[in-house]
Design a protein around this ligand. Sequence first.
Ligand code: NAP
Length: 292
Amino acid sequence: MKPKVGFMGLGIMGAPMAANILKAGYPLTIYNRTLAKAEPLAKLGAKVAASPKALAQDSQIIIAMVTGPEALYELLFGPEGAAAAFGPEQVFINMSSVSPSFTLELGKELAPTAIRFVDAPVSGTKKPAEDAQLVILAGGNQKRVEELEPLFLTMGKKVIYCGKTGQGSMMKMFINLLLGLMMEGFAESVNFGRLGGLNLETMLEVVSSGAMNAPMFQVKATNIRNKTYPASFPLKHLAKDAKFVLDTAYELGAPVPAGQMLLHLYRLGVAQGWGDEDISAVMKVMEHLSGK
Ligand code: NAP
């Protein structure tokens, strides 16, 4: 018999992830701050909880996939928060992207409930979430992570065990630093070429013909070509993660000079009102800085 799962946070990522858990036959209870987003899943058979606490009372495994620390605190410790119903027989999995130090802090705050805690953020964006092709970056007790693998594989193609609690979050910061740098580097280079009179399609052909080709460049080039940036991974979330990377780098004494610039550039995008657009809208930041 499959365990009862409770899923909190039905945004760009959470909605398809929860849908895939339901499709795999797990009994699913859902909660989202904005109730309307729960309707499509309710129609597919998910039970809608009136509060995070009600969700936790009804679930053996509780998953959160929300923006970050503020949202997690609200859902766990706010009015009718889930943590009030947590106990030793349950597992809580945070799949939201947060810093490793936040994960460790959260682990300490949950310790009095005796719930078993796993940090398991994901690599992959909206389409891989819809296609159950995410890569799950899991931290915590290894045996527990292995036990959870069938559930993780309803959402993803692979589970990578990253180490003790907090290391899933650390891996997520690692991959998002690289993602942010690659996206910014691509936009900066394409804008440079554009101002030098190069044609976008010819630049893309050169990139795709050599060793620097990356599937991400081809996907994001579509947005640049169409000059529309529908959010797959919202730019504001990368700005959030760039801050977590810098905080973590400061704690570790790790040099991240380009990471510093990333925070500045993605924040500039947010300040320009492009935070809800895709990370590829960093192209608009480049055009804005060019003045033409
Ligand atoms: P999203 O579409 O912006 O959804 C955010 C979710 O968090 C929504 O369910 C939202 O509820 C909830 N939320 C925000 N603030 C809240 C609060 N104060 N109290 C309760 N709920 C709150 O974000 P997303 O793209 O799905 O991303 C979710 C997480 O996955 C983030 O940590 C992100 O960095 C990470 N991630 C995203 C991608 C991607 O490509 N999008 C890829 C990998 C990882 P409402 O619906 O009520 O606003």
